[in-house]
Design a protein around this ligand. Structure first.
Ligand code: ADP
Ligand code: ZN
Length: 745
């Protein structure tokens, strides 16, 4: 008997463990390509689904067990993709098994595996959907005596080549007897084939053709095509004002990629909010587009994932998780609205898809295109320093002017709609044009305050006040959904009189209806967009002109293109400046510029009224003047002074628990340990805190955080890694590590 060395593989387990594990491949499973497939493995006293990374490269550090089963007939990931995931795990200091789990569509994970017996097919836990398809067998001879219906069915099958049974039933009603007879006569054959659930349904789109580009668009495209022809990593920032035709540049760059036989990955902030963008892609390219986002059912997402893996989709459009799409041969990765904070995942694996686009693009030797009218300060800085190629579209297409913007001071004004905005609205409606009114706060009143003692109604679980929603008749917490009947009584003193303070979109809609009774008004915020497809329906009513005014939160600022909108009103422009976040000015500038940019995108020039209690802040002043460059200079100086990105790198360590004292003590102990490790290793990291998080209580948990700042990423990562190796394993305190944090609330 020859003693062959055992075949040992490395497996990542989706648990909170900073390491991978070794397993032996039992005889019988040897010889297959195992990397990139899932395996069912014994783990302690449990059996789990793990992810095979490849052959072990180091000697095993623990006792070896056999894997029980290989779960996928084909690898889920290529070696390149696994390398990308390893990078992600190392960078975000997150267990590789958890990273791989995050990267898979929800529908694929095998659900019930208790007791080791498995239900469901091997390629996934979710049933594969099938349909019966009929096709004409031999050239149809008319020798047979067929009834009229059977003859008609045969003719349709003959013309179609092959046709699903469901389609025949739609045209002919019940037709099983006829189909059975046709099959018996050998005239048609029926077979079962796998189908993909189609997230577009039966909805079809009219095709369009590439537009003649403006000179600026052409220059940008030429630069991109030159880079594409080199088949090497090349990152670009496409800085184009609102309405400058960035999407057309994307479309034509992708056309080049497809000609080269390569594929395109397009990341958008939120697909539900951008149905127009998806439509434009479908109009240009027709089939071969896969979409991935959280609004799909598990089955749909799983099908899209398989289509991509099998090379049946050439263009993948998706929200942040699409950065993990199993797309091979990537020629270009586009990140639209690259400044959007929704590219950052807020919990679990806290990755930023915008940043990972650059990483994956480098590994795939692809072009990466970050597009925005209001790029991140850090992106502009990178472009200024040659790390991103800069492409600019400084003008709107067809020389349309930027809208004129007026400031409406609100000091001493009692109405929500200013004396400047009200007549502008009337004039817009009289001219048969449309308006958008933006207020970044939903609900009716901002909150209710006791008339006696002045205490606001606060959430018992979170350190925020409750928002009054009149239609629902409730005061609601926007963080944990705690709700009580409203108005109600003051919990502090029992007084029955509560005053409404501040206004939300619900209130604004109410005021507008009083001001303009004939106007057809839509409201778009997270209260009106709960159902599937509700965004799309609201947006469609603006597009087809069956609504006059769209009122909404920041959802209405997201890249929509309504040529009929000539007036934009901004209510409470300074609201977002109050956020306790060093990016408050940047966010405000972006938001205002984006909202302003919704006006005058058609043939008629646009007008904007910006209402503010005080408009001195540079974020408002520069947005009103369309002066992104001046904003960038001023904001960069501020960042330099306070030592924030792009001049430093950040990480945020979060701690939470249901009792306050232990959280506080734990955060302090961690801070002491970090200081000690920093000294021992000579790392240059500034340790700030621990401090209560701005939302110091959330969903019943007390929260503290430590902010780490450094001028090199490496020192930051080494410090956190050292802490994680030294930390005590069990603690009732929940810990989180956020590399390059975006939201530090
Ligand atoms: P952005 O994304 O930069 O805000 P869009 O891509 O939405 O701008 O383009 C604005 C509008 O201009 C769209 O309706 C688009 O179809 C149109 N457009 C884009 N490029 C051209 C062009 N070269 N000629 C004419 N119209 C164009
Ligand atoms: Zn709450």
């Amino acid at each position: 008997m020859s003693a062959r060395p055992p075949h040992i593989i490395e497996v990542a387990i989706p648990l909170h463990l900073d390491r991978t594990f070794h397993y032996r491949v039992p005889p019988g499973l040897e010889g297959q390509i195992l990397a990139g497939r899932r395996a069912f493995v014994p783990f302690g006293r449990r059996r789990l689904t793990g992810y095979i990374l490849g052959d072990a490269t180091e000697p095993p550090s623990h006792e070896l067990k056999d894997i029980l089963e290989v779960l996928d007939p084909d690898p889920l990931w290529t070696d390149n993709e696994l390398e990308f995931f390893r990078w992600v795990a190392a960078y975000y200091l997150h267990p590789l098994g958890e990273v791989l789990k995050t990267a898979l569509p929800a529908g694929i994970n095998i659900q019930d595996r208790k007791g080791g017996s498995r239900s469901g097919d091997v390629s996934g836990g979710r049933a594969v959907k099938t349909e019966v398809v009929y096709r004409a067998a031999t050239p149809a001879e008319s020798a047979h005596h067929l009834g009229n219906k059977a003859a008609a069915i045969l003719e349709v099958i003959g013309e179609a080549g092959d046709i699903p049974a469901a389609e025949l039933r739609r045209r002919f009603g019940t037709c099983s007897p006829q189909l059975k007879r046709l099959a018996e006569l050998g005239l048609v054959t029926g077979e079962t084939r796998e189908v993909y659930r189609n997230p577009f349904g039966d909805d079809t789109v009219e095709r369009d053709t590439p537009r003649l580009l403006s000179p600026h668009q052409q220059t940008a495209l030429d630069t991109l095509c030159t880079a594409l022809d080199r088949h090497a990593f090349a990152p670009f920032l496409l800085h184009g004002v609102t309405g400058s035709g960035k999407t057309e540049v994307y479309l034509q760059a992708i056309a080049r990629v497809l000609e080269q036989g390569k594929n395109a990955l397009v990341l958008v902030p939120e697909i539900a909010l951008t149905p127009q963008l998806v439509q434009r892609f479908r109009a240009r390219f027709g089939h071969g587009i896969a979409i991935l986002h959280s609004g799909l059912s598990d089955g749909e997402r799983y099908d899209e994932w398989r289509r991509i893996r099998r090379g049946q989709a050439r263009i993948v459009i998706g929200a942040r998780s699409a950065i993990f799409a199993p797309l091979a041969g990537i020629g270009i990765i586009i990140v639209d609205e690259e400044h959007e904070s929704s590219f950052k995942q807020a919990d679990g694996l806290r990755y930023n898809a915008r940043d990972l686009a650059l990483v994956r693009g480098r590994m795939e030797h692809a072009v990466v295109l970050l597009g925005s009218a209001t790029p991140l300060i850090t992106s502009l800085y990178a472009a200024e320093h040659g790390k991103l190629g800069l492409l600019t579209l400084p003008e709107r297409v067809e020389q349309r002017p930027m809208p004129t913007v007026e400031l409406a001071p609100m000091k001493g004004v009692a109405t929500a709609i200013s004396p400047l905005l009200a007549p502008a609205l009337e004039a817009t409606l009289a001219a048969g044009e449309q308006a958008i009114i933006f207020l970044n706060r939903r609900g009716f009143a901002t909150y209710l305050v006791c008339a006696e003692c002045g205490a606001p109604l606060a959430c018992p679980n979170c350190s925020v006040s409750l928002t009054y929603h009149r239609q629902r008749g409730q005061s609601v917490c926007h963080y944990c959904d705690y709700a009580i009947p409203a108005p109600g009584i003051c919990p502090a003193c029992g007084c029955q009189e509560l005053k409404e303070l501040g206004a939300g979109t619900e209130r604004l809609e109410h005021d507008l209806r009083e001001l303009l009774p004939q106007a057809r008004i839509l409201r778009m915020d997270s209260d009106t967009t709960g159902g599937k497809g509700s965004h799309g329906r609201l947006l469609a009513r603006m597009s087809d002109g069956s609504a006059d005014i769209l009122v909404g939160t920041q959802m209405i600022a997201k890249g929509h293109d309504f040529p009929g909108v000539t007036l934009v009103g901004v209510v409470n422009a300074e609201a977002s400046l109050a956020m306790p976040d060093f990016r408050a000015a940047e966010r405000t500038f972006q938001l205002l510029s984006q909202v302003i940019g919704r006006a005058g995108r058609g043939d008629t020039p646009g007008r904007v009224v910006v209402q503010a209690q005080s408009s001195d802040h540079y974020a408002i002043q520069h947005a009103v003047r369309h002066d992104g460059d001046a904003f960038y200079r001023q904001e960069l100086e501020f960042r330099r002074e306070v030592g924030y990105p792009p001049f430093t790198f950040l990480a945020c360590l979060g701690f939470s628990g249901t009792a306050e004292k232990p959280v506080e003590e734990h955060a302090e102990a961690v801070t002491r340990m970090l200081s000690q490790l920093k000294r021992e290793k000579g790392l240059r990291v500034e340790i700030l805190g621990p401090a209560p998080a701005p939302l110091y209580r959330l969903r019943g948990r007390f929260r503290r955080q430590i902010l780490l700042k450094a001028t090199t990423r490496n020192d930051l990562r080494r410090l956190i890694a050292a802490w994680r190796q030294n930390r005590t394993a069990t603690s009732p305190i929940r810990e989180s590590v956020d590399i390059d944090p975006v939201d530090m609330m």
